[in-house]
Design a protein. Structure first.
Ligand SMILES: NC(=O)c1ccc[n+]([C@@H]2O[C@H](COP(=O)([O-])OP(=O)(O)OC[C@H]3O[C@@H](n4cnc5c(N)ncnc54)[C@H](O)[C@@H]3O)[C@@H](O)[C@H]2O)c1
Length: 366
């Protein structure tokens, strides 16, 4: 492989701007192809973002056929992550796919299977993992200082923050807040725990704000086709319960802290700022405190926050890690096979919310 890896971007919408900034900052990556289903959009993006020589396409299949790519970045709406990823892996390309991994659990499993079969990297775009404080939280949870962990609570919420556009259209997005920002909360907690297997889920979802002309006058009620609130009680292997709540809109400032309760200590992680952009999508952490007993005294130990280094950007770090994994023949930094468990929880939440009953989570073998 040459010194720089050849990359094609599929989907040149909003988040593709963050990809552009990241790839511009990584000399080991060369953007040679751009694809967007809307004619002219990829070319406009290439001009605007500094890739004027990249070849542009409307069909990603044509890009895969014509260009000798090493890897692709997929930043299309959720509903197309599954089939585009599988096609790219089958064409022998490494894939960095945006979150949430897919819409259905079957799609996620097929993506992971395709990566395994092709022996290519499939990494999913959870950039909060690159925040130094998120890393510290994982280190503390994994250190064993909490003793046996039996309960975890996580989630997030925006007072008003329904994104609109493709995000509220069921055909394109598949689902609403539960997967859009909920997948980050789930990843934060599950990654710290080492991604234990999810077993069952009992969930509830709502769409009060999205369907209300009072709170969402920008669209007709029938155009809001997903949920804006979800909550779930999830049983994980190892006798752990994970309680989850997420909201795109609510009459509250924050859904509160993420916390881990163990037999020896508890760890509380508050969101940054008001927590309006909960789900920790930006990796922001307000404070981290360890609650434990010291010589029989109930003690609270604040954990010093790690500042982000100057010019450090978690999105760029996510992309850089992927680029170097491809370049050096490494492993997927955020493996699709692991994120199938995130998707399995989301799938279970939606099934349980629809049926009004607890459901089992079964993940097919990959
Ligand atoms: N990691 C993050 O911080 C972050 C932030 C925002 C969005 N996202 C994720 O990124 C994805 C895209 O979000 P967005 O806000 O950029 O949406 P967007 O609607 O602004 O952009 C999506 C683009 O994909 C194009 N597209 C759709 N189907 C296509 C296809 N089959 N082939 C090629 N192009 C296609 C659309 O024309 C559009 O330009 C979503 O899955 C979202 O969840 C991630």
């Amino acid at each position: 492989m040459s010194d720089s890896i050849r990359i094609g971007i599929i989907g040149t919408g909003n988040i593709a701007r963050s990809y552009a900034r990241a790839y511009r900052d990584i000399p080991e990556a060369e953007i040679v192809g751009l694809c967007d289903i809307v004619p002219g959009k990829a070319a406009a993006y290439g001009e605007r973002e500094g890739f004027p020589n990249a070849k542009t396409y409307v069909r990603y299949q044509d890009m895969l056929e014509e260009l000798e790519l090493d890897a692709v970045s997929i930043s299309t709406p959720n509903a197309s992550h599954g089939f585009i990823t599988v096609d790219c892996l089958e064409a022998g390309k490494h894939v960095l796919c945006e979150k949430p991994m897919s819409v259905t659990l079957d799609e996620a499993v097929n993506m992971a299977k395709a990566a395994k079969k092709a022996d290519k990297i499939l990494s999913i775009g959870f950039q909060p993992r690159y925040d130094p404080n998120m890393m510290a939280i994982k280190d503390i949870v994994q250190s064993g200082v909490l003793g046996k962990i039996y309960y975890v609570e996580t989630g997030g919420g925006r007072r008003r923050g329904i994104p609109g556009g493709s995000f509220i259209n069921k055909e394109e997005a598949g689902f609403g807040a539960i997967a859009d920002i909920g997948c980050y909360s789930l990843d934060m907690a599950m990654n710290a725990l080492g991604y234990p297997k999810p077993l069952t889920v009992s969930a509830h979802s709502r769409d009060d704000f999205g369907k209300s002309p009072k709170y969402s006058p920008a669209w007709a009620p029938e155009d809001f086709q997903v949920e804006d609130f979800g909550t779930a009680f999830i049983r994980l292997e190892g006798d752990i319960v994970l309680y989850f709540k997420i909201s795109w809109a609510m009459h509250l400032d924050s859904m509160g802290a993420t916390f881990f309760l163990g037999q020896d200590a508890g760890l509380k992680c508050t969101p940054a700022g008001t927590g309006n952009w909960g789900g920790a999508w930006d990796g922001g952490v307000g404070s981290v405190t360890l609650y434990h007993d010291l010589q029989n005294y109930q003690t609270e130990s604040p954990i010093s926050l790690r500042p982000r280094p100057q010019n450090f950007n978690i999105f760029t770090e996510k992309v850089r890690d992927f680029v170097f994994a491809v370049k050096d023949g490494g492993k997927a930094p955020i493996p699709g096979e692991q994120i199938v468990r995130n998707q399995a929880i989301i799938d279970g939440i939606l099934r349980s919310a629809q049926s009004g009953k607890e459901v089992d989570i079964e993940i097919p073998k990959i």
